[in-house]
Design a protein around this ligand. Structure first.
Ligand code: AMP
Length: 292
């Protein structure tokens, strides 16, 4: 009996390409007939958050390409590159169900040819502090891969989640600075019913940690409410931090930033605010953010 690979059973109508030449050929055919193309860059292990980006893309464009690439350049040596969840077959089925048109899943050698020697350094307030303080090589790795994907796909737009709010701002900055001819769109964070932001890394949480994990969103919500009620920003942030510390989180940062520029903000009235936080529960690092 011939064994049919699960991917073929689950996802029959969605194509996958793994090299840039095939990707460009497919996209050129769509472009010739005037079909708009949206790109959703991901690292796979897809969940409803990723799929919300795909559904949004399909509202704005005839064609949506999902890239799946676990990008080694955005992981520090101490991080979980090797262990990062990979589930291509399930991902393909989810993309097909949401009417995605093409999956681009290059291997590391396709993205980093021998002798690869180029770097992109996004500086300024968007990239400074927050994640950058704890993952100093992260955004250079993200910017590099996103820039390559933009050149490889030349989409009309690309969509990023607000879940990774600082990443969204870094990508917006880079696209503007390097004159990429595309629009950057964003989509709100998709959450579990208890408030925990969906993340491919949530599977690392032990059952007892999973029960505490929604407190990150709860702490952000409480700080946002306090600021809205007129509590000084520094005091409101202390409330949120204390709540997390008491629940056994190790807080990396819990800060207020200008919602557009990500410049630090100390006083209410200095512009639209966004609270951004990262905290560790055991070996799992959670990030989240909320508009005030
Ligand atoms: P990742 O695969 O984690 O690199 O994420 C790929 C894209 O999905 C990024 O633009 C993320 O911001 C976005 N994303 C991840 N989690 C969520 C979520 N819970 N809600 C909305 N978008 C998300």
């Amino acid at each position: 009996m011939i064994e049919i690979p699960a991917a073929a059973v689950l996802a029959r109508n969605i194509d996958i390409v793994q090299d840039v030449g095939s990707l460009r050929a497919r996209l050129a055919a769509w472009r010739r007939t005037g079909e708009a193309i949206g790109l959703i860059p991901t690292m796979g292990a897809l969940h409803a958050g990723h799929i919300s980006l795909l559904r949004k893309a399909k509202r704005y464009a005839r064609r949506a390409v999902v890239s799946i690439f676990v990008n080694p350049a955005q992981f520090a040596p101490s991080e979980d590159f090797a262990a990062y969840p990979r589930s291509l077959e399930k991902d393909m089925a989810l993309i097909e169900a949401a009417q995605g048109d093409l999956v681009f899943a290059p291997c590391v050698e396709e993205m980093f040819a021998e002798g690869f020697a180029t770097a992109i350094n996004v500086a300024g307030p968007a990239a400074a502090g927050l994640e950058d303080r704890f993952r100093p090589t992260h955004f250079a790795g993200v910017a590099l891969i996103v820039a390559k994907l933009f050149n490889q796909c030349r989409p009309d737009f690309a969509i990023f989640g607000e879940k990774d709010f600082q990443q969204l701002k870094v990508v917006e900055r880079m696209a503007r600075d390097l004159d990429f001819e595309l629009q950057i769109l964003s989509a709100p964070t998709v959450r579990e019913t208890d408030g925990l932001a969906l993340s491919s890394r949530n599977i690392y949480l032990a059952a007892e940690e999973r029960a505490r994990a929604p407190l990150l969103y709860a702490a952000l919500s409480i700080s946002v409410s306090a600021i809205k009620e007129g509590v000084p920003i520094s005091r409101a942030l202390e409330l949120g931090r204390a709540m997390l510390n008491e629940a056994g989180f190790a807080v990396d940062y819990f800060e207020a930033r200008h919602a557009e520029s990500l410049k630090p903000i100390a006083l209410q009235g200095d512009g639209p605010l966004r609270l951004l936080a990262a905290a560790r529960l055991g070996r799992t690092r959670l990030i989240d953010n909320l508009a005030v």
